[in-house]
Design a protein around this ligand. Structure first.
Ligand SMILES: Cc1ncc(COP(=O)(O)O)c(C=O)c1O
Length: 469
């Protein structure tokens, strides 16, 4: 790979010193803290202003000040929170990661802030190279197109599939799917609350997904999994039969993020994906939430499904969006573009993130991701059998995506729990809507000590909410 050094030794030393200084200045942030009383009124005024500017208040009264250390983030009121949702999975390396600070400062010294698809700089070139190498290792994916967000990566995938299968327009998706916030991605998304008042274009067909929340649950109930796979396959066959030459793709998540962290084993997918192949339906996996989180780079690697994938989308933890496609799916010139490819800082940070995961042994059965998953799951299981018996169930997920059903899984109780957790110092979020579930998108830098703290806040908050209802 071509590598042109654009900064002098002196600049590099200054960057190193600056990053080290910032880390040193933030190193006193070691645990959660309540707000500073003297800042409360100006903070609440700032939140009011922001709410008014946006037309509605923030979900959490969260305004970070830029000081942080790993999973701990300091807000503008001086409080410190333990962050296990990370802007819904963006801060994979935590806050103030040394690697990302360095990448960001270096990118800040590039000649441009945003890179376009017409004029591309070194950081785009390096990231694209790395992404392509990672993706083609265990799949037929050969090309990658970078874009600024997950929804844009999905829109590009949609256009590629439709062009390939032209004039077909319909997409087959799963129940409880989430695909993003553009008009068509809202149509794919199976949640009426996210598309109130929007017209339905009738271009999405649905097949049912599984009922399980963990791989273990699937493995323990192979009979149910087989039934569920057959049910999904029979719906798929029906759609393909009823819509001749009008199916552009089958699109799915391997762990449903917004959908409640639903998950299936390889056995569920094989008959469905085989049938798509037989019928020349492009297979499009949305890995926007799963990428870099499951213990392998891609969830399709974790489930050994690479050979079936024609198109794959990623975003979030890699800081940019991207669409991968096979040689056969490569679109005609002119179909995908856009002024912005992404910012120099995001491109450099994405590249640094991929290098970090390899260098710091995060992947594989003995990697950090697996360790964090096992540790949190073990602690949650203990909680569910001990002081929080009856207050949490259906613990599951994969890698750094961990969720559970708290209390009775009702919207009002889960909402109350989220706000109580926040008040007590832990940031998490919900997923699913029947039941509503509590989810963590953990950073990969968590230690046993951080996990113990998170579990103790969860325990206190569950008991508090349960007593208040
Ligand atoms: C599975 C999935 N697809 C698509 C998206 C949309 O990505 P973005 O919010 O970057 O547009 C998300 C975001 O939550 C997602 O989880």
């Amino acid at each position: 790979m071509l590598n042109v050094k654009n900064l002098s030794e002196k600049s590099n030393q200054l960057i190193k010193d600056l990053v080290d200084l910032k880390l040193k200045e933030n190193s006193n942030i070691q645990t959660i803290q309540p707000a500073d009383k003297t800042k409360e009124s100006s903070y609440s005024q700032a939140l009011k202003e922001l709410g008014s500017n946006r037309g509605r208040p923030l979900f959490y009264p969260y305004l970070s000040c830029g000081r942080a250390n790993g999973p701990f983030v300091e807000l503008m009121d001086g409080s410190v929170k333990l962050d296990l949702i990370n802007a819904i999975g963006v801060y994979l390396l935590g806050h103030n990661s040394k690697e990302l600070l360095k990448a960001g400062v270096e990118a800040g010294l590039e000649d441009v802030v945003m890179q376009g698809n017409l004029q591309i700089s070194q950081s785009y070139y390096k990231l694209a190279n790395k992404l392509k190498n990672i993706a083609s290792k265990n799949s037929r994916l050969e090309h990658v197109w970078i874009s600024p967000s997950g929804a844009m990566a999905n829109e590009n995938a949609l256009k590629i599939c439709r062009q390939k299968k032209s004039p077909a327009k319909k997409i087959i998706a799963l129940t409880a799917a989430f695909a993003g916030r553009t008009t068509f991605m809202a149509e794919i998304t199976d949640n009426s609350a996210y598309k109130q008042g929007l017209p339905a274009y009738g271009e999405v067909l649905r097949i049912p997904f599984v009922s399980s929340y963990s791989i273990l649950q699937c493995k323990n109930n192979p009979k149910l999994l087989k039934q569920e796979s057959e049910r999904a396959l029979s719906e798929l066959k029906k759609h393909i039969n009823d819509n001749p030459n009008d199916i552009a793709a089958f699109m799915f998540e391997l762990v449903q993020g917004e959908g409640g962290f639903k998950i299936a084993t390889r056995d569920f997918w094989i008959p469905i994906l085989e049938f798509c192949k037989e019928n020349k339906i492009p297979v499009w996996v949305d890995e926007i939430q799963t990428f870099l989180r499951t213990g392998e780079f891609f969830a399709f690697e974790k489930l050994n499904l690479g050979k079936y994938i024609d198109i794959c989308t990623i975003a979030k933890s890699v800081q940019v969006g991207a669409t991968f496609y096979t040689k056969e799916m490569n679109p005609k010139p002119g179909l995908i573009a856009g002024t912005f490819a992404s910012s120099s800082a995001a491109l450099s940070a994405g590249y640094a993130t991929l290098n970090y995961l390899e260098k710091e042994k995060c992947l594989g059965d003995s990697g950090k991701i697996e360790f964090i998953n096992k540790e949190i799951t073990k602690e949650l299981e203990l909680l569910s059998k001990g002081s929080c018996k009856g207050l949490i169930s259906e613990i599951g997920g994969m890698g750094l995506m961990i969720a559970m059903t708290p209390l009775d899984g009702s919207k009002e109780k889960v909402l109350a729990l989220l706000k109580t957790l926040y008040k007590n110092g832990l940031i998490a979020f919900s997923c699913g809507h029947g039941p509503y579930r509590l989810r963590f998108l953990c950073p990969v830098i968590l230690t046993k000590q951080h996990i113990k703290l998170a579990i103790s806040i969860l325990e206190k908050s569950l008991i508090e909410v349960n007593n208040n209802f």
